[in-house]
Design a protein around this ligand. Structure first.
Ligand SMILES: Cc1cc2nc3c(=O)[nH]c(=O)nc-3n(C[C@H](O)[C@H](O)[C@H](O)COP(=O)(O)O)c2cc1C
Length: 229
């Protein structure tokens, strides 16, 4: 499965089979996480077999079932671009997990931090969590998608959008965003090469979303937006 196929096939999954992650799956995920940590300076952690984090006494925006395994994204509060890095590297793990036959869901609200399992140092923050496992229905369902003209603009004459730019924006439109807000904008500059990606409005976790959609755009277009990736 290519990364683009993983983008097309991924949908948030909240109901999982009660099933442990096999040792080879854990090792493969850990290798991806190690790469992401080395590249970003984050301290992303894989936590397995912790049913407490998604206990039933929480508000249920999206009900989770058997979300016993998750990825905790932890980073130094002073790390420049912490939220954007969270989105970019977290989504890299999401897409690799999809290629391994796993399902995921980004979770900002509906979990309880279990400090017995997640290691958060004094200067650090838990920025987000991603549940991971084998979905009861692994296919999931597509989200509502904005039109390309609502999220992208070209400063070329006549607003022309080259194919690579359109492919990047289409990949970004398939990305997970908090409450599916899709509050991002890609602008192709007049030089026909430079792309500016930004939040189009403030929304909860919109900076994490921006990191996620930047990765999707890079995969769809073949053009790099993050300098430290
Ligand atoms: C930063 C972020 C935080 C999210 N937080 C939650 C959450 O707390 N609970 C939940 O059920 N879904 C959460 N989601 C999942 C979104 O609701 C989901 O990605 C969006 O509706 C699009 O659907 P899709 O991922 O299936 O394409 C979050 C997604 C992102 C990117």
């Amino acid at each position: 499965m290519t990364l683009l196929e993983a983008i097309e096939q991924r949908h948030s999954i909240r109901a999982y089979q009660k099933r442990p992650l096999e040792a080879d799956v854990v090792a493969a995920l850990q290798a991806v996480i190690d790469d992401c940590n080395a590249a970003s300076g984050l301290r992303i952690q894989l936590i397995t077999d912790d049913p407490k984090a998604f206990g039933t006494s929480l508000l249920h925006y999206g009900k989770f079932r058997n979300a016993d395994h998750y990825i905790a994204i932890v980073g130094d509060k002073r790390l420049p671009g912490l939220d954007e890095l969270t989105g970019y590297y977290g989504e890299r793990i999401v897409l690799e997990a999809q290629r391994m036959g796993l399902n995921t869901c980004w979770v900002a609200l509906t979990y309880r931090t279990n400090r017995d399992r997640v290691d958060i140092r004094d200067d650090e923050k838990l920025t987000c969590v991603i549940s991971i496992g084998y979905g009861v229905n692994p296919e999931g369902a597509p989200h509502r998608i904005k039109r390309i003209d609502q999220v992208a603009k070209s400063l070329l004459p006549g607003g022309e959008m080259p194919d690579w730019f359109v492919a990047g924006v289409n990949a970004a439109l398939l990305a997970p965003t908090a409450i599916n807000q899709q509050k991002f904008r890609f602008t192709l500059q007049a030089d026909g090469r430079t792309v500016v990606a930004e939040e189009s409005a403030w929304g909860p976790y919109s900076t994490i979303d921006l990191g996620i959609v930047k990765l999707h755009f890079e995969i769809g277009s073949g053009v790099k937006l993050m300098h430290n990736s």
